[in-house]
Write a protein that binds this ligand. Sequence first.
Ligand SMILES: NC(=O)c1ccc[n+]([C@@H]2O[C@H](COP(=O)([O-])OP(=O)(O)OC[C@H]3O[C@@H](n4cnc5c(N)ncnc54)[C@H](O)[C@@H]3O)[C@@H](O)[C@H]2O)c1
Length: 332
Amino acid sequence: MKVLVTGGLGFIGSNFVRYLLDEYSDVEVINLDAMKYGSNPANLRDLEDERYTFIKGDISDYELMAELVKDVDAIVNFAAETHVDRSISNPYSFLQSNVIGVFTILEAIRKNNPDVRLVHISTDEVYGDILEGSFKEEDRLKPSSPYSASKAAADMFVLAYVRTYGINASITRCTNNYGPYQFPEKLIPKTIIRASMNLKVPIYGTGKNVRDWIYVLDHCEAVDLVMRVGEKGEIYNISSGEEKTNLEVVKTILNLMGKDDSLIEFVEDRPGHDLRYSLDSTKIREELGWKPKHSFEEGIRETVEWYLKNEWWWKPLADERTLHPTPWKLRW
Ligand SMILES: NC(=O)c1ccc[n+]([C@@H]2O[C@H](COP(=O)([O-])OP(=O)(O)OC[C@H]3O[C@@H](n4cnc5c(N)ncnc54)[C@H](O)[C@@H]3O)[C@@H](O)[C@H]2O)c1
């Protein structure tokens, strides 16, 4: 099986590339990544496998996509601009990658290989926040940030292409991932890195915002399953059920690192900050037989250990802007 992974130099994409190559001997992977903000060649630098090819390129380049889709069995689209804070200060690139980019992939498929399998990676953020209960796949979308609005728009295009042109696509919507190779701008790596430098650890607002945290390899396994046996035109929510407030996450990390809670600094809240995300993932559990293998307790311990052992990986990325306490106030 030949799989085109887009955005494979990013956090989840690079974990997914490794996962596929580790898990299957008969898989070939082409990784297409535009090497934008958030990508890091170091994520896969050690990968020496003749089944793996890297191409630097943009998913919104139609000519390139038209060539690539002809020769693969499946496409898994992770490529996206992903940081909510940066989307608040400069939304344009989010439209370009997350909407035009996905539209270009769909056009390339429609015109060149309409039967190819496509898994489009979306997010829980498209539903917006929910104070009680959990969203199901058929619930309405109500994105709050330019990032989630661009992801929701892409989902609509994917579903429209299934309905109108019959392309073989499914969508996954996952909750917050954590684990190795996550860019230092995101909450968990930023907390570990700042704490390891004895810098104050910023928490937006009251710290009461709730996220459902999933270990990245559990997400990879779910995406692989959807790619192989997911139904055309279906959406699959992916969640672990490990709901934590940001304050709980930060305190757990500080505790694992032997650091004091006095490092915590409450800072101004992010504009439009969603209070709670929660997904009902019964469908993928019952229909495809997926369930997460890592508890938050194990996963977060492994993640803290990974960052502390792999300073060589994050050190070149950990500048003042990336670790900024209120990044949406910067110009990006
Ligand atoms: N991180 C999470 O917690 C999470 C949760 C749910 C869904 N997602 C989704 O998963 C996907 C991957 O997220 P991530 O956290 O790994 O992101 P990331 O920012 O670490 O990686 C994204 C990658 O996409 C590449 N990219 C961006 N625009 C591109 C373009 N136009 N053409 C080609 N490559 C491009 C970047 O260079 C980068 O390597 C995204 O679609 C995101 O919306 C992420």
